[in-house]
Design a binder for this molecule. Structure first.
Ligand code: ARG
Ligand code: ZN
Ligand code: CA
Length: 245
């Protein structure tokens, strides 16, 4: 009634070692992180600077519910971003009805890549969803400084049509008006405020946004403009309307 959309999630686990066979408890922990981050109830939301209080997303009104977990042992130890993990014929796991379910694939390693996602233009296709290297999924047993479940938050942002906050260019355009333009990605745990040379940025950039590249502990907000963009994707007329089952 309040417009909240609950997205059913299928987690596809490809494991070579037992450590990569991420537990049900850790999967539940990751779903909880997503629900807190997209609900604006994450405990570190209290760190959002005063200057961004008026543009924080609050509740994005998107939630996640684990529908199924599919597990498969594999001899493959390293994967690339070529979607091989999304097809049984290439050693992966076929997506479960991708127009109705949000599929996540967990793989042991992708070199230095933490995760990658498809945008809504891929809605319903065989490769639609998010891939995450298992060391960066969930919290308990995950690898610092990416052990607070925020790789999934970031990748789901892409799945729901968000671009990187720097617009993937020097002072690029992320198509969101209330995120200040920034020169490029930020890493580690920047101190606040951070100014930059893009024109029209009055004080700090929003490096604590989930769509930057900072450590998990340093990112804790979406903006209101990002919320609007994500809601447009899951609304009954949006490209991911089929997820509302
Ligand atoms: N797309 C980024 C990558 O593949 C993920 C960044 C996630 N950031 C984070 N703090 N967990 O490297
Ligand atoms: Zn990204
Ligand atoms: Ca912007």
């Amino acid at each position: 009634a309040d417009g909240t959309v609950e997205i059913p999630v299928v987690v596809n686990v490809l494991y070579n070692t037992s450590a990569q066979n991420v537990s049900d408890a850790r999967i539940a922990e990751q779903i909880t992180v997503l629900n807190q981050d997209f609900g604006g109830t994450n405990s570190d939301a209290s760190k959002i600077p005063a200057e961004f209080q008026s543009v924080k997303s609050g509740d994005v009104k998107v939630r996640f519910r684990l529908a199924n977990t599919v597990r498969k042992s594999t001899t493959k130890t390293s994967w690339s971003t070529n979607d091989a993990m999304k097809k049984a014929s290439t050693g992966g796991i076929d997506a479960t009805s991708p127009s109705s379910y949000f599929n996540i694939w967990l793989v042991g390693s992708m070199g230095g890549v933490l995760g990658y996602a498809t945008f809504p233009e891929s809605a319903g296709q065989w490769n639609d969803g998010v891939v995450i290297a298992s060391p960066y999924f969930g919290k308990t047993g995950a690898t610092s400084p990416f052990n607070l479940g925020r790789t999934a938050t970031h990748e789901v942002g892409h799945y729901l049509n968000l671009r990187h906050i720097w617009g993937d260019a020097n002072c690029g355009n992320d198509q969101v008006a209330d995120t200040p333009t920034q020169t490029g990605p930020n890493y580690n745990k920047p101190s606040y405020p951070q100014n930059n040379t893009c024109s029209g940025v009055s004080r700090s950039i929003m490096f604590m946004n989930y769509m930057d590249y900072v450590d998990d502990a340093a990112m804790f907000m979406f903006s209101a403009g990002q919320r609007t963009r994500m809601q447009a994707v899951v609304t009954s007329s949006g490209p991911r309307a089929g997820l509302r089952v």
